[in-house]
Design a protein around this ligand. Sequence first.
Ligand code: ASP
Length: 354
Amino acid sequence: MSLAHLVPAAVALVLSAAPAMAQEAPRWSFAIHGGAGVIERESLTAEQDAAYRAALKQALDAGSAVLASGGAALDAVQAAIQVMEDDPLFNAGRGAVFTAAGRNELDAAVMNGTDLTAGAVAGLTTTRHPIAAARAVMERSPHVMLIGQGADSFAASVGLEQVDPSFFFTERRWQGLERALRQQNLPIPERPAGAPGPQAANDLPAPPLNERKFGTVGAVALDAQGRLAAGTSTGGMTAKRWGRVGDVPVIGAGTYASNRDGCAVSATGDGEYYIRASVARDICSRIHAGASGQIAGQAEVDDALSLGGSGGVIVMDLQGQPAFAMTTSGMYRGAVSSSEPARVAIYGDEVLRP
Ligand code: ASP
């Protein structure tokens, strides 16, 4: 069922970060998301709400530390995403959802807007930071996308930290898998080797998110030298099968950056639709043609997701104006720039606030 029209245009405008009022464009600007979905005030306890806001701020701090010291957009994107990959709240790195076979298979992509170089990985099982692997593919291999064991071997060969697959395990996501498999009448696999026993880990409160998906993380940045970059990282969809790969590592679907178009995009939602509609690339084309990030982002998710599914995008333009568009009731998100402090929001009708 399409949820594309649940967010009316008036709300979409409110979602935009407050435009800089007659002040100069920021020297650098940074925005992140931690997934979109059915996220309503009554579905989060005060502690869960606070935990997500704190986690988003930590990721924003990692990105702004890079950008405020004159660092590169790509480094800020990678730094913030690594923080979220390590945080079990998000469906990326540690805390990723499980496949139907009971594995964590991780996807990520990064793109450099200045020269349109890009790197992507899919189906990683041992690389701690998939976003670092994607970046290594971009900078240290002749390829754009690597998958599976080969991708993990490549990551190891360039010195990226390898972990036992059980590192990514969380009880919350395992229980989400069991529920999803029962609903689909599919067999429940054995718990992964090395995972704690069923009663041992009460690692997180009950998931406030739709368990099948969402919690993907992403970042978009404009640095003080005017360079744009985007990155996204995910465990994909709960109970995914047959080596399923979503939009995240598909350049132009879930991730895209182009200084030529003046745009960096990271998406989250039902990946199949983002692939079919080339969402991230299309947003950049709309911006190239003169649309604002907010209008381009909202028009594109409304169009693309009218095919089915739901989700959101974050967009950065060359003026350092971040935009957040979604068809869902919420998206974990945040922004910070050289002229504004770190601000975060969760619910769809909420403006960013410190
Ligand atoms: N887009 C991701 C995928 O389809 C999932 C998500 O964003 O939650 O793999």
